[in-house]
Ligand binder design. Structure first.
Ligand SMILES: Cc1ncc(COP(=O)(O)O)c(C=O)c1O
Length: 429
């Protein structure tokens, strides 16, 4: 019988059901072991993959695309009427807990189930979206979840995520610093019934979920739901999302689906160099392409037509939006949030206008800032890849919170890191 893990600062299993709330727009979908039934574009195009890759479908696909009017934005041509951009609503992958991480963990959870593991662990910062998505969706798939959490700035968003994590049955352990994570991981791996994901799930299996997302976008273009974007802008942290998208955008071109020339991928890092740098993203993209080719076997024709060196050329990394570093609100991100808030207020006055999605201050505010900076030079339609879950967060009870490891309780009691002056959060909006 495998031993229950025991590490310092561990959170005992609580009984609260995960994902008790549903998002206003996200569509509920059952957990499926069959990726074809789950509408995953990559598997629909290459059904053989369903035979060789362990997978579990956790989200509802395709996620919608929205047209967004940003009255305060400019393309640099002095046009005062604002700018229209497109948004891929990955915030709506699931009403239980959405965002990009849902796609990242599908392969990881599928593999853990296939290998009959009992518990899957995520590693992330105290307010990790990856940990929360794992806690919510592993439970839905019949697996126990664990989270190894390391400190980050105490922002309102990060605290809300941790409180929501406390409301799930996830086992939580803390490490004082990222450098101590390998030790915590090794201790957990003594029990063969457990599996610990790489931070952010950033291995080719995790990135494949986003290859599928890019093909899904291409299929939406082919159906006429939006024009082929010239640029796709996404936040990069562990790089799983950006690497998978890069491969998927090029695979669609090889399939002549949606476009012949792949859109440029613009990645906006949330961490300083060398994390989420162009070489790191390209490295994972090439490894993902290798996994795809190997899994496709004799059906690898389209994947073989992708020139691995073209992947790097199709990527631009804009690292100007990091401000004081990971987890801190950045000045250009806050300017982007202000613009989205203004657009929301204006949309409320026009019944035909779609309100923009809400930007979070760590991830999507940065990619929105990257997108706004790109607009004056854009060579065609621009699409913002919206990665932060829009699902309402579960509310933890006092009892849930009291079960948290002490370092996390102390962190929750810290004053919140403030946004730069004049930003929407600083003004309490
Ligand atoms: C909301 C959100 N957007 C984007 C990212 C970046 O995704 P990735 O880790 O795949 O680079 C993350 C990573 O944690 C995230 O939580």
């Amino acid at each position: 019988m495998p031993m229950e893990p025991h590490t310092e600062g561990q959170h005992g299993a609580a009984a609260a059901p995960p994902g008790r709330d549903s998002g206003a727009l996200a569509v509920a979908a059952p957990v499926l072991r069959d990726p074809l039934a789950g509408g995953l574009e990559l598997f629909l195009r290459f059904p053989r993959l369903a035979e060789v890759l362990p997978w579990v479908v956790l989200g509802a696909y395709p996620t919608p695309v929205s047209r967004l009017h940003l009255p305060g934005a400019t393309r640099g041509d002095g046009n005062p009427r604002g700018v229209e951009v497109w948004v891929k609503r990955e915030d709506l992958t699931s009403p239980h807990y959405g965002g990009n991480k849902v796609r990242t963990i599908e392969g990881h959870i599928g593999r853990a189930l296939a290998r009959e593991r009992r518990r899957i662990w995520a590693t992330g910062a105290y307010g990790s979206n990856h940990a929360l998505a794992t806690a919510v969706h592993a439970a839905r798939a019949g697996l126990q979840a664990g989270a190894i959490l390391v400190p980050q700035p105490a922002t309102a968003t990060a605290k809300a995520n941790l409180r929501a994590l406390a409301a799930t049955s996830c086992t939580i352990t803390t490490a004082g610093h990222w450098l101590l994570r390998p030790g915590a991981t090794l201790r957990l791996l003594r029990d063969p019934a457990q599996v610990v994901m790489t931070p952010g799930g950033a291995i080719p299996l995790g990135a494949l979920g986003h290859v599928s997302a890019a093909l899904e976008l291409a299929a939406q273009v082919a159906r006429g739901e939006l024009p082929a974007p010239a640029h796709v802008v996404v936040t990069a942290g562990s790089t799983a999302t950006a690497a998978g998208l890069l491969v998927g955008l090029h695979l669609a071109a090889a399939l002549e689906l949606g476009w012949r020339r792949p859109p440029q991928l613009v990645a906006v890092p949330v961490a300083p160099n060398p994390f989420a740098s162009a070489p790191m993203i390209a490295l994972l993209a090439r490894a993902t392409l290798r996994l795809l080719r190997a899994s496709l076997g004799t059906e690898r024709g389209a994947a073989d037509r992708i020139d691995a060196s073209a992947l790097r050329r199709g990527l631009w990394v804009d690292s100007r939006h990091n401000g004081a570093g990971y987890g801190h609100p950045s000045p250009s991100g806050e300017a982007a949030r202000r613009l989205y808030v203004e657009a929301t207020a204006l949309a409320a006055q026009r019944p035909d206008a779609e309100p923009p999605p809400v930007l979070d201050l760590v991830y999507t505010a940065r990619s929105a800032a990257g997108m706004l900076a790109l607009l004056p030079e854009a060579e065609g339609p621009v699409l913002h890849w919206m990665t932060k879950s829009a699902a309402p967060l579960a509310a933890a009870s006092d009892a849930d919170l009291q079960r948290l490891p002490r370092p996390l309780l102390r962190w929750l009691a810290q004053p919140e890191v403030e946004a730069p002056l004049g930003s929407p959060i600083a003004e309490g909006r």
